[in-house]
Ligand binder design. Structure first.
Ligand code: HEL
Length: 412
């Protein structure tokens, strides 16, 4: 558990160093070489996988059937999984399981959109109406407002999921057009002036998906595949909308009903049509770490577009949580990390990486509508990035999750 899953990369590096010992042939070869810059991961304490496992055990005590965390740190892989991935079959949670990642999808959508910006096909500060005339009543809403959650567009999921299980059952087999989802938001009216306030809303990233499809003439699924999934060889990452099943070996997801004492509802199969480009992606921890690491490592975007994504403003009053463009920043005790969180019925996800992508951490628990579990799962970040066992002392008292979730969606 405390050992790396694989030291192949580290061993490979050692072999390379031995076989590549330079032989001095002239004065130039003797000249001192500038030291290679150390990665952020190299400056951090090693991940405390004992503390990570303790956090996951607490999540299970608090109601998650299972949980997993994978850490990729400078080519060394650590991982731990606890509890069950499938309660009916009694199958244990496995580190390679796929799961629904919810709003981590927003980061994938942003990468596609920022590539279109780099290609000169989308202007961040142009009105949405330039691409989608008449969709939004307020012509002042720009593409950047969407990506920063500052459009003032009402989050239609507030109404949809006011009652958790009935809300879910009403949409689990539904197939919505993106226009239908946006209409639900527009019918409610705006929540603020464009640009005025950070207000998390799924509507923003449905509109982002519509822009992607309009500008490219392709389904969003195709753009994810061409621009991210294939170049990074993400073999466990899928956008199957409106398909309902999770391909390959996966964790089953279990939604907690609002009523105390009621059994968890197996919510694995659903269209996630209510979420689409705001939340319908499926992945696993290895692929999420590869994705966040590649993004911050500059493999997916030019420096200018990456810098735009990283320009953050506070997303709550803690002074430790920020939002850029489709990207969160969390300030941990030892380092700032970048990525996203996700909540979709039956699954909580955290996927974060250091500024240089050298240490990435992905955690998943297979339950939702249980804010205590979600907060606990977040403790895997401190343990894995900062190596502290502080996370092991997570407060076990149930509490309300302080989350920038849209106001009417309770997370308990
Ligand atoms: S909510 C969040 C998270 N984001 C947003 C998005 C996502 N997920 C959703 O909008 C799903 C909301 C309903 C989830 C459901 C449950 O817990 O499964 N809850 C209820 O139905 C409550 N009545 C901001 C938390 C994010 O971390 O970014 O993912």
């Amino acid at each position: 558990m405390r050992q790396p899953l694989s030291r192949r990369a580290a061993v490979g590096a050692a072999v390379l160093a031995l076989t590549a010992v330079p032989v001095a042939t002239d004065a130039a070869a003797d000249a001192p070489r500038p030291a290679a810059p150390r990665s952020v991961a190299a400056e951090l304490p090693p991940p405390d996988m004992r503390a990570v496992q303790e956090v996951l055990r607490q999540a299970v005590e608090q109601g998650a059937p299972g949980g997993l965390t994978r850490v990729d740190s400078d080519g060394v892989v650590y991982g731990t999984a606890v509890g069950l991935g499938d309660t009916a079959a009694g199958e244990r949670m496995r580190i390679g399981n796929r799961f629904r990642v919810g709003s981590v999808t927003k980061t994938f959508s942003t990468v596609v959109l920022m590539q279109l910006v780099a290609e000169g096909r989308v202007d961040l500060d142009a009105p949405v109406g330039d691409h989608l005339p008449g969709l939004l009543p307020d012509g002042r809403v720009t593409v950047r407002h969407l990506l920063r959650h500052r459009s003032g567009l009402w989050d239609y999921t507030n109404d949809m999921f006011a009652r958790t299980v009935p809300g879910f059952e009403a949409v689990r087999d539904e197939v919505f057009t993106m226009e239908e989802l946006v209409k639900r938001s527009v019918a409610h009216g705006p929540t603020a002036e464009p640009g005025a306030a950070y207000q998390y809303s799924n509507t923003n990233f449905v509109v982002v998906g519509m822009i992607i499809e309009k500008v490219t003439g392709n389904p969003a699924a195709e753009e994810y595949r061409k621009r991210i999934i294939e170049p990074l060889d993400l073999r466990h990452t899928h956008y199957v909308h409106p398909g309902t099943t999770v391909p390959g070996r996966h964790s089953r997801g279990y939604l907690r009903p609002d009523e105390a004492g009621q059994p968890l509802v197996d919510s694995t199969e659903q269209t996630v049509s209510w979420g689409q480009t705001a939340g319908a992606m499926i992945s696993n921890a290895a692929d999420l770490n590869r994705f966040t690491s590649a993004l911050l490592g500059g493999e997916l975007l030019a420096p200018e577009q990456l810098a735009e994504m990283l320009a953050t403003t506070p997303s709550d009053s803690t002074g430790k949580r920020f939002y850029g463009l489709g990207l969160r920043r969390y300030d941990l005790s030892c380092v700032s990390v970048y990525g996203h969180t996700g909540t979709v019925q039956g699954y909580y996800t955290y996927a974060f990486t250091t500024r240089d992508g050298s240490r990435s951490v992905a955690s998943s628990a297979n339950t939702s509508n249980n804010g205590t579990v979600n907060t606990t799962l977040g403790g895997t970040l401190e343990a894995a990035f900062c190596g502290t066992d502080r996370a092991a002392a997570v407060d076990r008292t149930p509490k309300t999750l302080r989350e920038d979730i849209a106001p009417n969606v309770r997370t308990r």
